[in-house]
Design a binder for this molecule. Structure first.
Ligand code: MRU
Length: 309
């Protein structure tokens, strides 16, 4: 589905409401959106641009790709001559972010495909595919690359409560690409592992701390514990823009708390009583000790992790 974003309000709303979501996609969308929202101005002040950048950087707190992309634009704001040259330089930088993200996805695909044998059954969570990035995805990139190389790969997509990115997005994009996909509820994953029906778990990330702790969609931590217990390799795939060397470990990563109605309701239907208290963190932290390897555009990192961008 297409949505036209013309103003800063449009861009901020699209990010907050998850019309565009997924760590790399929100960084790129914010960059292109910032440029679009100043397209009708000829000489915006540096202060106006700085304020807009700060505002978009704060629109979702966990994925570091967003402040990372905004920091790239901020450097342009501080260095280019004011007026049209500055707007042109911002547009060029936003286009570069778009192209770089697609290239990083391809590289993740090349490195990560080596982890998937012919016949692999891959369990994933949330959506870390093409619809979360400017390219072929992060966690799904190795799947697409292995399939393109002629290997048979099946995916089990956890539905991902409360917003169901797994069933609504991952299952849709894999089916469109002709990759066999089976949806399971989040609570079925451990018993599938116990039954020997999962060869690897492969998930994306919203922020990776320097020590290898990973913030990803709520439910990822439980999958990592189950995978460790059942001896199933647990892989994280993300571009280097998702690494936050300034977060020494997972406790430094801010976790987004979202609206209670995302849990109380399912689409138009009220499930829990409207006054029931709700716990709705959008992400959790998986400790590095549970992660077999991290696949980035730079290659495959194994413990002990020490990430720098
Ligand atoms: O809240 P979302 O849908 O933006 O969260 C995205 C995720 O957590 C994805 O699983 C992901 O791995 C990071 S984006 C490739």
């Amino acid at each position: 589905m297409e949505r036209e974003l013309r103003t800063l309000d449009d861009v901020e709303d699209a990010i907050r409401s998850l019309a565009v979501r997924g760590a790399p996609a929100i960084g790129v969308a914010a960059a292109l959106g910032l440029v679009a929202s100043f397209a009708r101005e000829t000489t915006p002040s540096r202060d106006a641009l700085r304020a807009a950048i700060e505002r978009l950087a704060r629109s979702r707190p966990t994925a570091v790709n967003l402040p990372w992309a905004m920091a790239r634009l901020r450097r342009v704001v501080e260095s280019a001559p004011i007026g049209t040259p500055l707007l042109d330089a911002l547009a060029a930088e936003a286009e570069r972010l778009l192209a770089e993200d697609a290239a990083m996805c391809d590289a993740i695909g090349r490195h990560g495909a080596a982890l998937l044998a012919d016949g692999a059954r891959v369990l994933t969570h949330c959506n870390a595919g093409a619809l979360a990035t400017a390219g072929i995805g992060t966690a799904l990139a190795p799947v697409y690359t292995a399939v393109a190389a002629g290997r048979r790969v099946e995916v089990i997509a956890c539905e991902t409560r409360p917003l169901l990115q797994g069933s609504r997005i991952t299952a849709w994009e894999l089916a469109e690409a002709g990759v066999p996909v089976t949806v399971c509820t989040d609570s079925m994953a451990a018993s599938l592992m116990r039954a020997g029906r999962v060869d690897v778990v492969l998930v994306g990330a919203d922020r990776i701390a320097a020590n290898g702790d990973v913030a990803n969609k709520i439910g990822t931590y439980a999958l990592a514990i189950a995978a460790s217990y059942h001896g199933v390799p647990f892989y994280v795939a993300a571009p280097s823009s998702t690494i936050d060397p300034e977060a020494p470990d997972g406790s430094a990563i801010p976790i987004e708390q979202r609206d209670a109605d995302e849990v109380r309701r399912l689409g138009d239907r009220q499930l829990a009583p409207p006054n029931a208290a709700v716990h709705n963190p959008a992400f959790d932290i998986t400790p590095a000790a549970l992660i077999t390897a991290v696949v980035t555009d730079g290659g495959i990192a194994r413990p002990p992790y020490q990430f720098a961008r």
